[in-house]
Write a protein of this length. Structure first.
Length: 333
């Protein structure tokens, strides 16, 4: 087995960080994307159109892992055309990878395919774990369900373990991301609760996301759907308070649903991404022995404040709580 990591969607947010992370570990990275724009420059770049076989199929032979994070962005106004593009970009690319893996003479050891924590239904009384969680409703849930169905339907060889990564919001101090958007809102005095403020937020620090991907690749017993999120689920009201305190702006104008609708139309975005509760408990990761570096949203946001962009993220030290403090409940610290 070669220490080759093949990353699809390598020019996107997650793909760029994954490419840099594994390249810094000495792995041979093959970065596959529709174009070079946005690519981090790590590894060998191969172009694809998201559906057709090409030179990239050869990179799968004997690979240590295949990671697919390809897919059209969802933070846009969801017209019928955009909805179709979002759905097809995920399903078609996943099917193309599946066909290529099925044709391998030496199949890759593991195939990680992105998914999201929006798969779960809204539950006000308890989190949704990756064993017994129930699917929700709405466009994001429909896309996630169809995406995972396409992934698990692909007849990969038995040598290839398959894992769907149900991701919470991945935080990095990067332009165009959730982190930057919330930071700017808080800095402008607009960082109050959104909607009723009671919806839960599943999130994960980029460092822990990268470590979790590496952990899953190395654990031969993890397969199926795995929640990749921090074991901390603040309400939206608590979540926005974290960002207000980080920027030094204690007050924050709340945004009721009607105001969010107006704002989303002006920004050509969707309120569903803000108002839907994401409460995904990472039960399987915890039981498998994974340990988070960042278990509290306030600590994660404070750390990322000083680690702007990929250069800042990978070159600045990552101080964190150590010893027993990591395991103490937040209320006792």
């Amino acid at each position: 087995m070669n220490s080759i990591i093949v990353i699809f969607g390598a020019h996107g947010f997650l793909g760029r960080y994954l490419s840099r992370h594994f390249a810094r570990q000495g792995r041979e990275v093959v970065a596959v994307a529709r174009h070079r724009q946005g690519w981090s420059g790590d590894g060998m770049f191969l172009e694809w159109d998201g559906k057709s076989p090409g030179p990239w199929t050869l990179a799968l032979e004997g690979a240590e892992a295949v990671i697919n994070v390809a897919g059209s962005g969802v933070n846009r106004r969801l017209t019928p055309e955009i909805r179709r593009e979002i759905l097809e970009s995920r399903i078609v690319s996943t099917q193309a990878i599946g066909r290529a893996i099925a044709d391998c003479k030496a199949p890759p050891a593991v195939w990680l395919n992105a998914s999201t924590a929006t798969w779960y239904r809204h539950a006000e009384d308890r989190p949704q774990d990756d064993w017994l969680g129930e699917p929700g409703e709405g466009f994001c849930c429909e896309v996630t369900r169809a995406w995972e169905e396409a992934f698990f339907a692909e007849m990969a060889p038995p040598e290839t373990r398959k894992v769907a990564l149900r991701l919470g919001l991945v935080l990095a101090n990067e332009p165009g991301t959730v982190f930057e958007a919330l930071w700017k809102l808080a800095a402008r005095g607009l960082g109050g609760a959104m909607g009723d403020g009671g919806q839960r937020v599943s999130w994960i620090h980029m460092e822990d996301f990268l470590r979790a991907a590496e952990f899953i690749i190395g654990d031969a017993f993890l397969s199926g759907a795995v929640n990749v999120a921090a074991p901390d689920f603040p309400t939206n009201r608590e979540w926005m308070k974290v960002f207000r305190e980080a920027v030094g702006m204690p007050p924050g104008l709340p945004a009721p649903r009607w105001l969010l609708e107006i704002r989303s139309r002006l920004m050509r975005a969707e309120t569903e991404l803000v108002l839907k509760s994401h409460w995904a408990e990472p039960l399987r990761l915890r039981d498998a022995g994974f340990r988070w570096h960042w278990t509290r949203a306030a600590d994660a946001v404070a750390n990322l404040q000083a680690r702007r962009g990929m250069h800042g993220f990978f070159h600045l030290p990552a101080p964190r709580s150590v010893g027993s403090k990591v395991w103490l409940p937040a209320a006792t610290r």
